[in-house]
Design a protein around this ligand. Structure first.
Ligand code: FMN
Length: 131
């Protein structure tokens, strides 16, 4: 049985992931969400949210870490996901679960569950774009 540390924006940042994976017990962890709007994020931004990508996607204790994206613009998410991969990300996690009103107001997170076709489009676009 694998134990995965849940992504928690504002709580499970890289410092917390380092601490908890050092203590042990977790097989994997996930970054806080990286919000995708109109811009293409630069390397420093990816490293701010997920410094693990510069360490072969491992926390300092050697536990794999996945980068999480949040957004609803499939094309822009794909461009950004490709950039994350270019900078070293090995796995992409898509946030369709955040219920926070401020996030949902901007068409991100759990509100997308009301639009399954859009979720399909996002997943299809990323799958077709990524290696
Ligand atoms: C403070 C907080 C922040 C969260 N941030 C994220 C997030 O960034 N991405 C995500 O996918 N889920 C996020 N979640 C959801 C959790 O990862 C988890 O799926 C949720 O808490 C359900 O698990 P539970 O029933 O054990 O609480 C967050 C939850 C909490 C409480």
């Amino acid at each position: 049985m694998q134990l995965i540390l849940a992504p928690m924006q504002g709580l499970v940042d890289d410092v917390m992931r380092d601490l908890l994976t050092r203590i042990g017990g977790f097989d994997e962890c996930v970054s806080e969400f990286v919000r995708i709007t109109h811009t293409v994020h630069s390397r420093p931004t990816w490293l701010k949210y997920a410094p693990e990508i510069a360490n072969r996607n491992l926390t300092p204790a050697g536990v794999p870490c996945t980068v999480q994206l949040l957004g609803s613009d499939a094309a822009n998410m794909a461009v950004n996901a490709l950039e994350a991969v270019r900078f070293g990300a090995g796995k992409i996690d898509l946030n369709f679960g955040c219920p926070a009103p401020t996030v949902n107001k901007h068409k991100g997170g759990a509100v997308l569950l009301k639009e399954p076709e859009l979720i399909h489009h996002i997943v299809r676009t990323l799958r077709d774009s990524l290696p």
